[in-house]
Ligand binder design. Structure first.
Ligand SMILES: [Zn+2]
Length: 465
């Protein structure tokens, strides 16, 4: 009897495991998102309510939480191509390589495994549609610079849904060889190139989709989209637009499962700029996209696996936020460093004159709270003034070129003063720091240990295909 019971329980476990294979897989990748980027965002949310500690995001509440290492085959500090390849294929490669091993041999990607298993495949990002991370899922190239060749492979793979901020090298190769424009090639292969509104209006008749911002639209930093006011939201294509459109398209046939890789690609760029307020809004933007997946999970909990990962930490971010009021100061910043720099330029162009130091100070006060919410020491004021004297003050007010000149130096120094006043410190570009892993759904228990980046892909493969 005991034997029969034992056999029965093994049988039940086996059946249980087989039944647990998820039909729907969401793979979210936060580019440059270290553990501290996530924690800082949650502490910021708590600080807005005057609280110590965190106000959790959606994805940090998933039942499985872990960390992953990110080193590549030839460097302790990875770049996005090698990290993307590890997360896409389960194998490490040298920095710069896309979907190939260190010798250049193609590696099978999760997207290929999913397609072979009969799933619909979607690959979306807020970065360029053929940038390093999405490229690692759709192509096998010696270098990320081969933007055109990557797109030819995207067409070749023929996946159902692609989306991104733009395309790199649409009509020329990296070494400037002229080539046929790529959009007609996508269209000839059955793709409809559309923006989110066009997609909503016509997706039922589309065979395959390449989603890009339309005329007058762009994928902005989330902080800039928010700062643009509710009346201008149609101008901005968001991470959530990509996730919800891809989900709509990939679930057209209820019998077919899907694999969707969605990259929040701009966390990395904001962290390279050491711009904490912009990083926080990018992480929140990613979380908004994850919420769409989580709502889907709640409808199909036994069939949906959601995995959150990151390719590497960017910025060497640390913080020592003693009091909520320190971090809450960041809310004064309503635009990214890039847009602030452009705004300074536009002021000078419209008044056809170089800004005085007092006008520059007033601008930094209005936009970043300096000399207002944020006390500025005389050393910092001198440092900002010196940059002003060396850049803006030196320009010729009669020269349009000078009025249009780059103002990022003073803006980046001023953002640094604001960040430091919030006790936020940055130390560089990509680091070897841990990145977070979160998971929910059937197979998520595989992620409940310290991981290496290659394990994340291997476990998804094991769980789902
Ligand atoms: Zn980077």
């Amino acid at each position: 009897m005991k034997k029969i019971l034992a056999c029965l329980s093994i049988l039940l476990i086996t059946v249980g495991l087989q039944a647990a294979k998820p039909k729907y897989v969401f793979y979210f990748i936060g580019d440059g998102m270290g553990t501290n980027h996530v924690l800082m965002t949650e502490m910021y949310l708590a600080s807005l309510e005057g609280n110590i500690g965190v106000k959790p995001l959606c994805f940090t509440q998933f039942p499985v939480a872990s960390v992953s290492m990110t080193w590549s085959a030839d460097r302790n500090v990875t770049d996005s191509p090698a990290a993307g390849t590890a997360l896409a294929t389960g194998e490490k490669t040298r920095n710069g390589a896309i979907g190939v091993d260190p010798e250049g041999k193609p590696l099978e990607t999760l997207a290929e495994a999913a397609a072979a298993a009969g799933r619909a495949v979607g690959i979306v990002t807020t970065s360029s549609a053929n940038d390093a991370t999405p490229a690692a899922f759709v192509s096998h190239q010696p270098s990320r610079k081969n933007g055109y060749e990557i797109m030819l492979e995207m067409i070749d793979r023929g996946y159902a849904f692609y989306g991104g901020a733009d395309l790199i090298h649409e009509d020329r190769t990296f070494d400037r060889k002229p080539v046929p424009p790529i959009r007609p090639l996508f269209e000839a292969a059955g793709y409809t190139v559309c923006n989110p509104a066009e997609f909503r209006a016509g997706y039922k008749d589309m065979e395959k989709v390449l989603m890009l911002p339309g005329e007058g639209q762009e994928v902005s930093y989330a902080i800039d989209a928010l700062g643009d006011g509710p009346e201008n939201q149609e101008k901005h294509v968001t991470f959530s637009d990509f996730v919800s459109s891809a989900l709509t398209f990939l679930t057209r046939d209820p019998k077919q499962g899907f694999f969707l890789m969605a990259e929040a690609g701009e966390i990395d760029h904001a962290a390279h700029s050491h711009d904490a307020a912009t990083v926080i809004q990018e992480v929140l933007d990613m979380d908004a996209g994850v919420r769409i997946a989580f709502d889907f999970y709640r409808k199909h909990p036994r069939q949906t696996l959601i995995v959150i990962a990151s390719d590497h930490e960017t910025g060497g971010l640390t913080f020592a936020l003693r009091e909520p009021r320190h971090l809450a100061r960041l809310q004064v910043q309503k635009h990214s460093m890039n847009v602030l720099s452009d705004m300074l330029k536009e002021r000078m162009v419209s008044q056809k004159a170089i800004l005085t130091w007092d006008e520059t100070k007033a601008f930094l006060g209005d936009e970043l709270g300096l000399w207002k919410e944020v006390a500025v020491s005389w050393e910092n004021e001198k440092m900002l003034r010196d940059i002003y004297e060396a850049t803006i003050a030196k320009r010729d007010p009669g020269s349009a070129k000078d009025l249009y000149a780059d103002n990022s130096k003073i803006v980046s120094a001023a953002v640094d003063v604001l960040n430091r006043s919030c006790r936020i410190y940055w130390s560089g570009a990509h680091t070897s720091g841990y990145v977070p892993v979160f998971a929910i759904g059937p197979g998520s228990e595989l992620f409940s240990r310290r991981m290496d980046n290659v394990d994340v892909a291997r476990m998804i493969r094991q769980a789902a295909f």
